[in-house]
Design a protein around this ligand. Sequence first.
Ligand code: GDP
Ligand code: ZN
Length: 306
Amino acid sequence: VAGRCLGRQPMWKGVMRGRIVKGIAGFYYVCCGDRIYECKAKGVFRKDNRKPLVGDWVEMDVLDQAEGLGNISALLPRASQLIRPAVANVDQALVIFAIAKPQPNFNLLDRFLVMMGQQGIPSIVCFNKLDIDEGARAGEYRGIYEACGYRTLAVSAREGFGIEELKGLLAGHATAVAGPSGVGKSSIINCLQSDIVMETGEISLKIERGKHTTRHSELIAIGEDSYILDTPGFSSLGLFDLEKERLADFYPEFAAFEKDCRFGGCAHMGERDCGVKTAVEDGAVSRLRYENYRQLYEELGRMRKF
Ligand code: GDP
Ligand code: ZN
């Protein structure tokens, strides 16, 4: 499993290479070969002018093989970097909400999608707790986001429903997994990890997960060349570094109707003859999404510009 976790040779031109799977209080846990080393990163920031992130590929020196201690000597180039959550080398995001208990917070979901859109990372929207979907809401919720171009799915971690489909979407990717607490994120991650642990009886890579809410990002191998980055739960998300005029760029479903706006640069905030507003009235654009757009737009307008 550990070898697969690496996906490349631990030794390369005489240098040990590994991948940061977790970072806590100045220590980085680097998976290298078949084990995990506890490392400092002395000199790296000065040399590479970057702070190591979970997901980074690194070069390391082993300081104490028996104790599993090392020092990160260099960071390898990043394929991608997310600012929020702060992780490296991720190529997609999975955002999890529950269909019920707790009710989904669509405003929070939309913030997350805007944030990922801004960072150029495609998102998958996953609704959990399908087993308690008494009002048959899953179809409605998925429909809203499918219409915006997102891949969606409904699962039940409790019953194991939809987990195979989810695994299919994650295969071959490094996926940042996020969601507010209580939605079943840990339960889903446990389902995703179960094969690996059962297949091999190997648990060394399954670093003890805290009983409490995850407070640190953590890289977890879930199959060959498939990883998830478990990121801390969020309950609120402020938008950042976004001009309000650009917000609509991250509402992909608006694009088809913007040509019907009378004014170029229409903000869809109540201007006359607005194609987007008309589409909302006609039911072609989700009102829920539009209302969240208005709220975020106003929030961005109130933010102090530095
Ligand atoms: P997290 O805070 O998002 O990591 O959520 P947990 O995995 O700790 O789950 C929160 C609560 O939801 C727990 O009581 C779980 O048993 C429950 N839960 C998780 N998945 C499901 C599910 O698919 N269906 C139902 N009914 N409950 C679930
Ligand atoms: Zn408009």
